[in-house]
Design a protein around this ligand. Structure first.
Ligand code: SF4
Length: 438
């Protein structure tokens, strides 16, 4: 069993490190002092590269590569944007970090800003998570008072201003390019890439956009060294990931810190989840856009590439178990209906396609579907990601694709007019003359 004890978070039962004094007593801000006093920005990036740190926001892009691109941009204003939004509201990762170890996030932002040559940073939080927002703002004020942020940090020539931005904009509020638009005060619409934010991000300037959890790893890497960080995790991905495990009937998930490469079974065991054929139909990995995997896939390692191979994603790192009596047609219909309401609407394949998938699934669930509907659903599963501008559309078909792949019998049963678990209520009473009116 891998070690799932926390390093990023303060372990359950121990006092949170919300005050500057408590954090500093645990060695906090030593990494920043060391970087400012003894290391060049290039050496900081080299250490992050040696540690093999990858973005925890779902993309898995090497953090050092993005840092190097921003650092190497031509002279001018550069920015760091820290995404602590938790797009999937069931994920507890950013919220717990801000509530229990906010200075680790702030120190991580400062280290990243020093590495890329930014003097201004934004901390982007979900405003409805009031305790997290208030805790990190109090930490920000204290860090300013202590000289850990602001002008001439710890007496060095490096200065950094961090502005906290709180918004509530649904699932898409956490998407990288939408977040940058919102900080600029513009409407929520994902943007075409390239150019990537590293080249033209906030106010069209080079911008390092990173997830809060990614940045919170920087103090550990700089203080303890890359090799110590690499001691945890898989060959492909160093370190651990904050994972929220949700089980049926429980409103709040359990947060664990799972080393990359540990299996899904180990993750569920660490969260004390009761998983067997008798209790569980499948495990959904990756959050609202994650894939539904049968219990035969529980030996899959939790890692970017290995999850992708079986149809799931790291995504928001929510792992949920579905009860044994779940009809996968109904689940897919509900999940896709939710996603159809969260799209930003900018591009047609996502805006129209996801709604049409939900509509087709309504028909299938109601016993009004045909073999042809399944063929059309498969077509959409390819067409939507291919024509989508951002990751939302690319990932939105994972529930559909995995449900049709692993639970095909549920779909066939509904075409025969029966629900395999006897739980479905028809959504439609009759087949519409024109079925897919939007
Ligand atoms: S894929 Fe969807 S969410 Fe992304 S830009 Fe297009 S419409 Fe918006």
């Amino acid at each position: 069993m891998p070690d799932t004890s926390t390093s990023l978070l303060v372990a359950d039962g121990k006092a949170a490190l919300t005050s500057y004094a408590a954090y500093a007593q645990q060695g906090g801000y030593q990494a920043l002092r060391k970087a400012l006093g003894q290391m060049s920005p290039g050496e900081v990036i080299a250490e992050v590269s040696a540690a093999g740190l990858r973005g925890r926001g779902g993309s898995g892009v090497a953090t050092a590569s993005k840092m190097a691109l921003v650092a190497g941009a031509q002279d001018g204003q550069r920015y760091v944007v820290c995404n602590a939004y938790d797009a999937d509201t069931r994920s507890l990762a950013a919220q717990a970090l801000l509530e229990r170890n906010p200075h680790a996030v702030l120190e991580g932002i400062a280290l990243a800003a020093y590495a890329v040559g930014a003097t201004e940073a934004f901390l982007y939080v979900r405003s409805t998570r009031t305790q997290a927002a208030e805790t990190v703002q109090a930490a920000l004020r204290e860090a300013l008072d202590q000289g850990a942020l602001g002008r001439n940090i710890f007496g060095s020539r490096f200065s950094l201003a961090i502005t906290a931005v709180g918004v509530e904009r649904g699932f898409m509020g956490g998407e990288e390019s939408s977040m940058i638009e919102i900080i600029k005060g513009r409407p929520l619409k994902a943007q075409q890439r390239p150019p990537y934010p590293t080249e033209a991000g906030l106010y069209a300037q080079p911008t390092l956009s990173q997830n809060a959890e990614t940045l919170a790893n920087l103090p550990t890497i700089l203080a303890r060294g890359a090799q110590a960080f690499k001691a945890t995790g898989s060959q492909a991905t160093s370190g651990a990931k904050l994972v929220t495990v949700l089980t049926p009937g429980v409103t709040e998930g359990k947060l664990i810190e799972l080393p990359f490469g540990a299996t899904l079974a180990q993750a569920l065991h660490a969260a004390n989840a009761d998983v067997s054929e008798a209790t569980t139909r499948c495990v959904v990995v990756g959050g609202m856009e994650g894939g539904a995997l049968p219990l035969t896939q529980l030996n899959t390692p939790f890692d970017f590439e290995t999850l992708q191979e079986v149809g799931a994603i790291v995504g928001s790192a929510v792992i949920e178990t579905l009860p044994a009596n779940t009809c996968m047609v109904h689940w897919t219909m509900e999940r896709t209906t939710y996603l159809s309401k969260e799209t930003c609407g900018k591009c047609v394949p996502c805006r129209v396609g996801v709604k049409r998938v939900a509509g087709l699934l309504e028909g299938v669930e109601s016993g009004l579907g045909s073999q042809n509907d399944l063929a059309v659903l498969s077509e959409f599963a390819e067409y939507i990601p291919d024509g989508s501008l951002c990751g939302f559309g690319v990932n939105a078909v994972h529930p559909l694709v995995t449900a049709m792949q692993y639970f095909a019998d549920d779909f066939t049963a509904h075409l025969d007019g029966r629900c395999p678990t006897g739980t479905c209520e028809p959504v439609r009473a009759h087949r519409y003359a024109v079925k897919h009116v939007l």
